[in-house]
Design a protein around this ligand. Sequence first.
Ligand SMILES: Nc1ncnc2c1ncn2[C@@H]1O[C@H](COP(=O)(O)OP(=O)(O)OP(=O)(O)O)[C@@H](O)[C@H]1O
Length: 303
Amino acid sequence: MAEAVLEIDRVSKRYGEVVALREMTFSIGAGELFGFVGSNGAGKTTTMRIALGVLAADSGEVRWNGRPVDFETRRNIGYMPEERGLYPKMKVLEQLVYLAELHGLSSKGARKAAEEWTERLGLAPRRDEEVQKLSLGNQQRVQLAAALVHDPEVLVLDEPFSGLDPVAVDVMSQVLREKCAAGVPVMFSSHQLDLVERLCDRVGIIRSGQMVVNGKVSELRTGGSDRYLLDLPYAPADWARELPGVTELSVDGSRFLIELAPGTDSQTVLAAAVRTGEVREFSPHRPTLTELFRNVVTEGTPA
Ligand SMILES: Nc1ncnc2c1ncn2[C@@H]1O[C@H](COP(=O)(O)OP(=O)(O)OP(=O)(O)O)[C@@H](O)[C@H]1O
């Protein structure tokens, strides 16, 4: 794994009686695209705000390249807040130039960067429009441009894909991949799990303010239970029920999803399937991120 760059180390946070984060811990390496998922209210926004230093943790620490995040470091982070923080009456280009200058770019450099990003994100025809007059999706593109315009060394994006049309989703995905390829650690939250699965190197699933699953998407999908999908057009509905070590999880017409207990030989199960007649399909079933997510959020009692 790449050297850890952004580290969230045992961060806890309460809002009065509400415990939002309990010793939240994870890190994101250089050039890594990290998807942050969890139910509504699980603590994603709180984590990101603390990572950025715009909200103080009760305990724990956020480090960037081994040093606690402070005012100077924050200038190097590109942040796309969930609540969107643009000035509604300012024109698009003017606003981006202003934000880039705030982050330390010269006025010439700021204008050049603002022009490039508006071009890239399909906002060139909107440069002279007030942000408040844009559609929500276009406001979101401006918000992404605002996170990128100062060429940040870390990107933290709170639900950057929500409300975007498919073309904008593609552009956004491409931009995030490019940033990663350039060595920037990128963290983003999303409820669009298919997108997270497609895009991310690693995913973190949080529940009730804690990281409960953190790993490579491909490994998470192959690890864990031993499930098989079978298509048996002539099998009676109960063909698998008496087989030792086999649990039937679902049946959809002739398609059966089963789970094998540890030590159960899949070839014995295949032989039993063959005895029912034709076997159209017999394949290991890799759960999707959505299925993993459902298992994780419904497992155990929310604290
Ligand atoms: N300013 C606040 N005052 C009180 N409670 C808050 C505040 N902000 C967040 N919370 C609570 O903290 C918990 C975590 O909220 P947070 O916004 O971080 O979740 P989230 O994972 O981003 O949710 P969503 O997916 O809905 O955006 C929730 O129980 C929420 O109600």
